[in-house]
Design a protein around this ligand. Structure first.
Ligand SMILES: Cc1cc2nc3c(=O)[nH]c(=O)nc-3n(C[C@H](O)[C@H](O)[C@H](O)COP(=O)(O)OP(=O)(O)OC[C@H]3O[C@@H](n4cnc5c(N)ncnc54)[C@H](O)[C@@H]3O)c2cc1C
Length: 385
């Protein structure tokens, strides 16, 4: 077995780490407070090459492996969840479906600007009444001549309502199968198409500087060729996309947990009570030892899942495990880290307060922890409904 990263992967980690420290850390708290998506840091992340990391060069990508992408997300998440969300959603949910399921024309049309970070793309799966039960989507698309006519709505869609969003991949009902189940297909809808509105959602507890929106389709007409892949393959495409997406949520959990430990170590070695640094009290040191151990386990599980993916082996079970485990490790690390900061950990001037809030999404987005346990149960042979 070889646990070492390649020189390229180590260089990438170093460059993303120093970028996040220098460019994101100083502005993260203010952006969170103002609930503002930053076009400035978006441009800088694009210049660093954080979009299209695993896409081949012919479409403008960096042609790196998936583990490199995951390391980049991990390092951004070590500093800020909102920026990590922008990068992760764009790569795995925005770019991913176009890259893996798009035809040559669609790839050439959209990927170069998405990979250069000039534009963003959303992934429209969730609806108000179809979250965990995503196959129950009601958004409807009917073929009228050579156009799809789309009606319905989506909710909680990341990166879909920015000034630079070029469009969104939308899961639609396009008919009924012979067995009576709905036929689901993915359709590409460009921003600015008449009948399509993206409305930004406000008031989030977490990821406050990431862009989240509701999408509305009212007799929205798009060309027939905007169908992504074969008709009826939409649900399969979305589930495959989520397998990759779950690795990015895992990376956010891992990076966030590491950030919580870094802050705890710094604080506990400086803060003195009873005449000595609080890190010297065994109960506090042991908390941090437990955090370090869990982070190490999380990293091994996540990287192994990425390795499986990079080597074209099945990785759905491991992706669900990594997503579930890494997000729960961050939950425990954020909780310990706030506890170790005492009252100061509850104040906004300490970044750990933001990490404590940002963590919660990881147990909910891209399949809740309960859904991950269902997925894992099925893979191990427990016939969970
Ligand atoms: C900030 C943010 C960004 C997001 N970005 C996107 C995006 O880009 N694209 C997108 O399509 N979606 C996105 N989502 C949606 C997200 O994926 C859903 O919120 C998530 O899948 C859960 O769906 P739900 O909120 O409807 O909860 P529900 O499905 O209503 O679940 C509520 C509770 O019931 C539990 N539950 C449901 N079914 C079962 C079951 N069978 N067994 C046991 N427990 C169950 C759940 O685990 C949960 O605890 C985003 C959400 C947020 C908050």
């Amino acid at each position: 077995m070889d646990f070492s990263l390649s020189t390229e992967q180590e260089i990438l980690r170093e460059s993303v780490r120093s970028f996040a420290e220098k460019e994101i850390k100083p502005v993260a708290a203010e952006l969170d407070e103002k609930e503002a998506f930053s076009y400035d840091t978006m441009r800088k992340m694009a210049e660093l090459g954080l979009f299209g990391i695993f896409v081949s060069e012919q479409y403008g990508g960096q042609a790196m492996d998936y583990i490199s992408y995951i390391i980049a997300v991990e390092e951004i998440a070590r500093i800020d969840g909102s920026h990590a969300a922008t990068v992760a959603a764009e790569n795995s949910l925005g770019i991913g479906p176009l890259y893996y399921f798009g035809n040559e024309d669609q790839k050439k049309k959209y990927l170069p600007k998405l990979c250069s970070g000039e534009t963003l793309w959303g992934f429209g799966l969730t609806e108000a009444n179809a979250g965990s039960d995503a196959a129950n989507s009601k958004t409807n698309a009917v073929l009228d001549g050579n156009e799809w006519v789309i009606n319905g709505s989506k909710i909680f869609i990341t990166n879909a309502a920015t000034d630079i969003t070029a469009g969104v991949t939308v899961l639609c009902r396009t008919g009924t199968r012979e067995d009576g189940r709905p036929e689901l297909s993915c359709i590409l809808v460009e921003s600015g198409t008449p009948g399509f509105t993206a409305r930004e959602m406000h008031g989030k507890m977490m990821w406050r500087a990431s862009n989240t929106s509701e999408l509305y389709f009212e007799d929205c007409r798009v060309p027939e060729e905007n169908l992504l892949g074969p008709r009826g393959s939409g649900f399969h495409q979305m589930m495959q996309t989520l397998d990759g997406g779950r690795l990015s949520i895992g990376a956010m959990g891992l990076g966030g947990a590491q950030g919580c430990l870094d802050m705890a170590l710094r604080y506990c070695n400086e803060r003195e009570q009873f005449g000595r640094p609080i890190a010297t009290f065994q109960t506090n040191a042991f908390k941090m030892a437990d955090m370090a151990m869990e982070i190490e386990c999380a990293r091994l599980l996540l990287y192994k899942a990425c390795w499986l993916r990079d080597n074209d082996r099945p990785f759905s079970k491991e992706a669900a495990m990594a997503k579930l485990y890494c997000s729960e490790v961050m939950y425990r690390c954020a909780n310990h880290s706030v506890q170790l900061h005492g009252g100061y950990g509850l104040m906004k001037e300490y970044d750990v307060e933001r990490f404590y809030r940002d963590q919660k999404l990881l147990e909910i987005g891209e399949g809740t922890s309960e859904v991950q346990r269902i997925v894992i149960s099925r893979y191990i042979g427990a016939r969970c409904l």
